[in-house]
Design a protein around this ligand. Structure first.
Ligand code: NAP
Length: 332
C-alpha cells in the first residue's frame, strides 16, 4: 500500500538551527548504525523509518560502513526511500560518512581525497541518490594532511555530491583548525557529530566552546549510551538487546552493579519529572544550546515514539541538574 505520511507530522517536534547556518534539524534524529543491515528484517527497518517520519523526524544519519555487512544500511535506506519517501525527498536531511575501513587496499580507509570521493560515490549508488544533504569525515586521520581532507570536503560540495559537510569524532583543537580551513575554502563546517551522554562527557571540557565560537552545530550520538540510559537492563540483559548481540560495542561487562544503581536512581528522578529515563537522558543532552539534535538509534517503533516526547516536560531546574550530578558521581 502506498505510504501516506501523517499530515500532522510537523506539529509537535521542535526544529533547531544548526550553528550559524540556514539549516534546522529536528531535536531528535534517527541513525541507521544498527537494525538496518542486510542481516535485519527489511519490514522492521521500513516501519522504523515511517514511524520516525510520521513523528516529524526529518533527519536520517548513515555511514558507508553501517550494516552488517558494511554498506547494507545504505542499501536498505535506498530501498525504503524508493518505496516510501521519494515524494518527500526535499523534506529529508540524509547524511553519510567515510573515515573508517570500508574496502581492502590503501584507498578504502582514513581521510585521503581518493577515499572520500570514491566512498561517497559508492554511498550515492547504494542509496540511489544524486546527493546527500550532509557528508562527514567520520574520524580524524593522523597521517593525511588536514588540508587535503578539508579540500576534498569542499570539492564534494562544489561538485554537487553534498549540500553541507561535517566532522565527526574530531577533538576540539583539530575542529578549530579544520573549521578555519573549510571557511577559507568557502565551504563552512555545518556540524560536528561527537559521542555525548550522561556517561560520555568529553565534549563539555572544550569542544562545545569551540563549536559555539565557530558557529558549528552539534548532533550528539549514542545519547542513551546505546540503551543503558533506559530501563532496558534493570532486570538483566534481554534477549535480542544490543548488549546480548555479539559484534556490537555494548558489552555485558559494561553493565555494572554501580551503573544499574545509578540508572535506577536516574529513573526515579525521571518519573518525578513525568518522563521516562530515555526521555530525560535526551532532554539532558539537549539542554545545551550548542546541541542541535540528539541522534538516537532504535530497534522498535515504540523506542522512537518514546524519544519524541523528550522535550514535553519542563526544562531542568538547578536542583534536578545537581541531583543528576550527585547520582553520576556516586553520591547517591
Ligand atoms: N559518528 C560516529 O562515530 C557514530 C558512532 C556511533 C553511532 N553514531 C550514530 O548515532 C546513532 C545512534 O547511536 P546509538 O544507536 O548508539 O544511540 P542510542 O540512542 O544511545 O542507543 C540506541 C539503542 O538503545 C536502545 N533503546 C533506545 N530507546 C530505548 C527505549 N526507549 N527503551 C529501551 N531501549 C531503548 C535500543 O537498543 P536495543 O537494540 O537493545 O533495543 C537502541 O537501538 C547511530 O545510528 C549512528 O547514526 C555515530
Amino acid at each position: 500500500m502506498t505510504y501516506q505520511p501523517r499530515p500532522d507530522r510537523y506539529d509537535t517536534l521542535s526544529y533547531r538551527r544548526c550553528g550559524h547556518s540556514g539549516l534546522k534539524l529536528p531535536a531528535i534524529s534517527l541513525g541507521l548504525w544498527h537494525n538496518f543491515g542486510g542481516v535485519d528484517r527489511l519490514e522492521n527497518a521500513r516501519t522504523l523509518l515511517r514511524t520516525a517520519f510520521d513523528g516529524g523526524i526529518t533527519h536520517f544519519d548513515l555511514a558507508n560502513n553501517y550494516g552488517p555487512p558494511p554498506g547494507s544500511a545504505e542499501e536498505t535506506f535506498g530501498r525504503v526511500l524508493a518505496q516510501d519517501f521519494l515524494p518527500y525527498r526535499d523534506e529529508l536531511i540524509i547524511s553519510s560518512k567515510a573515515g573508517y575501513g570500508m574496502w581492502p587496499g590503501p584507498y578504502g580507509d582514513w581521510g585521503s581525497r581518493k577515499y572520500l570521493l570514491s566512498s561517497l560515490d559508492q554511498s550515492l549508488r547504494r542509496m540511489k541518490l544524486d546527493y546527500v544533504d550532509i557528508f562527514y569525515h567520520h574520524r580524524p586521520d593522523p597521517e593525511t594532511p588536514l588540508e587535503e581532507t578539508m579540500a576534498a570536503l569542499d570539492h564534494i560540495v562544489r561538485s554537487g555530491r553534498a549540500l553541507y559537510v561535517g566532522l565527526s569524532n574530531y577533538p576540539a583543537a583539530l575542529t578549530r583548525q579544520a573549521a578555519g580551513l573549510l571557511r577559507s575554502l568557502g565551504t563552512p563546517c555545518l556540524i560536528h557529530q561527537p559521542k555525548y551522554s550522561m556517561y560520555e562527557r568529553w565534549i563539555e571540557a572544550e569542544l562545545l566552546g569551540v563549536l559555539r565560537e565557530e558557529g558549528i552545530g552539534a548532533i550528539v550520538f549514542s545519547p542513551l549510551a546505546q540503551g543503558l540510559l533506559t530501563d532496558k537492563y534493570l532486570r538483566g540483559i534481554p534477549e535480542g538487546s544490543r548488549a546480548a548481540t555479539p559484534g556490537t560495542f555494548l558489552k555485558p561487562d559494561q553493565i555494572t552493579p554501580v551503573k544499574l544503581e545509578q540508572i535506577g536512581r536516574l529513573g526515579d528522578l525521571a518519573r518525578a519529572r513525568g518522563q521516562t529515563l530515555a526521555q530525560m537522558a535526551l532532554a539532558w543532552v539537549l539542554r545545551h544550546s550548542e546541541v542541535t539534535s540528539a541522534l538516537i538509534g532504535a530497534s522498535r517503533p515504540a523506542q522512537i515514539t518514546d524519544a519524541l516526547g523528550a522535550l514535553d516536560a519542563p526544562a531542568f531546574d538547578s536542583g534536578e541538574l545537581e541531583r543528576i550530578e550527585q547520582i553520576l558521581s556516586g553520591q547517591m
